[in-house]
Design a binder for this molecule. Structure first.
Ligand SMILES: *[C@@H]1O[C@H](CO)[C@@H](O)[C@H](O)[C@H]1NC(C)=O
Ligand SMILES: *[C@@H]1O[C@H](CO)[C@@H](O)[C@H](O)[C@H]1NC(C)=O
Ligand SMILES: *[C@@H]1O[C@H](CO)[C@@H](O)[C@H](O)[C@H]1NC(C)=O
Ligand SMILES: *[C@@H]1O[C@H](CO)[C@@H](O)[C@H](O)[C@H]1NC(C)=O
Ligand SMILES: *[C@@H]1O[C@H](CO)[C@@H](O)[C@H](O)[C@H]1NC(C)=O
Length: 408
């Protein structure tokens, strides 16, 4: 956690303590009321910074065919910022070269899983049209093309899968014409894929189950083994529009989905399967891609652009068939949502007004109303943890001093 978000969190807690202190005094009791606060710390990217530590381009050295006006330095595309205003010196920019190129030396050889490109945001243009993302084994040689950029929005960040191509350099080249090449950020993600496979935390379901050993959970068992006959895969029955879905049990920004195909037979039956993100059950929020074809036992990656969802589904639309999956991995590059529990002990000095559940609920609602005024409603969850008589030592000593008498 960065120190600024730590400070932000501390500030929130301080404000919360202050709020509790500000509750009006009133009837007091000899009982303590314990409150459990579940604090959801949504530490998500604000869209202006890249995730550190996993984007190997940040460790590299960039170069390009030429530098426009001496300002659009190659290094601007690996400065760790997705800011996309060239005029504010946030992007790289070549001259109008014939077949301009930009390349980053990763200083080591990697298997490249994905490259994310951020286009210029201050100028609507199609200059990147037809540019190629390449992985080079050696400087300017042993090219492998991992993707062609056909259209990219203004200031947009797009992920391009590179299927694990091996190389030391990642380059963007505009072949066959004289053009300016401007890039505001190039992120390189390598195998093994960074981030967390959150599918492992979820529960899976499918439209039907072909055999007792082909239940939906086989696709999130953490194994890429792909022999269906040996019970290593999930499979639906033969049916119209078969589906498989994993409930991630919480909402995450999904960056990549990896599908592992059946390896022992009928590997073509996966063709046409669509990878979807659902925000609520069976509500298609976004599509990450469609399987064109996959080899036996092969694993393919689909980029989902960090679209948030609770379910990841694989559906074969509009045809009848079997849907067989040997593994589905769901990656989020963002840190998982953190929950912090803050226990507050409220003690009353007079009477036994806090003894009954009714009076405790009244206190909870009172407190909730105060907190709701000052915090986003979905950032906390207030539950009653129980109460103790005063003679028992409170579990969280330093917090007992924040309140010794609570009005109800
Ligand atoms: C950049 O590329 C030019 C031309 O290929 C080369 O002469 C120069 O040494 C390179 N600079 C770096 C820092 O790699
Ligand atoms: C860029 O691609 C878009 C969409 O494919 C197309 O409409 C446009 O004409 C292309 N522009 C250039 C300069 O090639
Ligand atoms: C799985 O899907 C079936 C059919 O839609 C549904 O009846 C069942 O409740 C689901 N089970 C779980 C665990 O979601
Ligand atoms: C899959 O398992 C079956 C049954 O054990 C076996 O006969 C077959 O050779 C295996 N196929 C592959 C590709 O390993
Ligand atoms: C708070 O907790 C209750 C009970 O555990 C649960 O039903 C509710 O969904 C939670 N709310 C949030 C915002 O997490």
């Amino acid at each position: 956690m960065s120190s600024s978000s730590e400070m932000e969190q501390k500030r929130k807690f301080d404000r919360l303590k202050l709020r509790i202190l500000l509750l009006p005094n009133g009837v007091c009791s000899t009982f303590l009321l314990m409150l459990l606060l579940l604090w959801r710390d949504l530490r998500e990217s604000d869209g202006t910074s890249v995730t550190e530590g996993i984007n190997v381009a940040l460790r590299g050295i960039a170069n390009q065919s030429s530098t426009f006006e001496g300002v659009g330095l190659a290094s601007k595309a690996i400065d760790g910022s997705l800011a996309s205003n060239y005029l504010q010196k946030e992007c790289s920019h070549t001259d109008k070269d014939y077949e301009p190129w930009w390349a980053v030396d990763l200083l080591d050889t990697y298997h490249v899983a994905f490259v994310a490109i951020t286009s210029r945001g201050d100028f609507v243009n199609q200059r990147l049209n037809g540019s190629e993302i390449q992985v080079w084994g050696d400087w300017y040689s042993h090219h492998s093309r991992c993707a062609t950029i056909f259209s990219i929005g203004t200031g947009e960040t797009r992920f391009y899968p590179c299927g694990g191509l091996k190389g030391r350099y990642v380059a963007v080249v505009i072949p066959g014409r004289r053009e300016f090449l401007t890039l505001c950020e190039v992120q390189v993600f390598t195998l093994p894929l960074p981030g967390t496979n959150i599918a492992l935390l979820g529960t899976a379901n499918q439209s039907s189950t072909a055999q007792s050993f082909s239940e939906a959970g086989k696709a999130i068992d953490g194994s890429l083994a792909s022999n269906y006959s040996q019970g290593q895969c999930s499979s639906t029955d033969y049916e119209y529009q078969p589906w498989w879905a994993v409930d991630l049990l919480d909402t995450y920004p999904v960056t990549f989905v990896a599908i592992t195909n059946r390896g022992d037979a009928v590997s073509e039956s996966i063709s046409g399967a669509e990878i979807q993100i659902w925000d609520t059950w069976n509500n298609v929020h976004s599509k990450c891609g469609t399987v064109i074809s996959m080899g036996a036992g092969e694993t393919s990656f689909f980029s989902c652009g960090s679209v948030k969802g609770r379910y990841v589904a694989v559906v074969i639309p509009e045809i009848s068939g079997f849907l067989t999956l040997c593994e589905v991995q769901v990656f989020t590059l963002h840190p998982p949502i953190q929950k912090t529990v803050l226990r507050v002990v409220l003690a009353s000095a007079v009477g036994n007004a806090l003894e009954t559940p009714e009076s405790q609920d009244l206190v909870l609602r009172n407190l909730e109303a105060h907190i709701e005024t000052h915090f986003a409603a979905d950032t906390f969850n207030l539950t009653r943890g129980g109460y103790h008589i005063e003679s028992q030592a409170p579990a969280v000593k330093e917090e007992t001093k924040t309140q010794d008498c609570l009005g109800i």
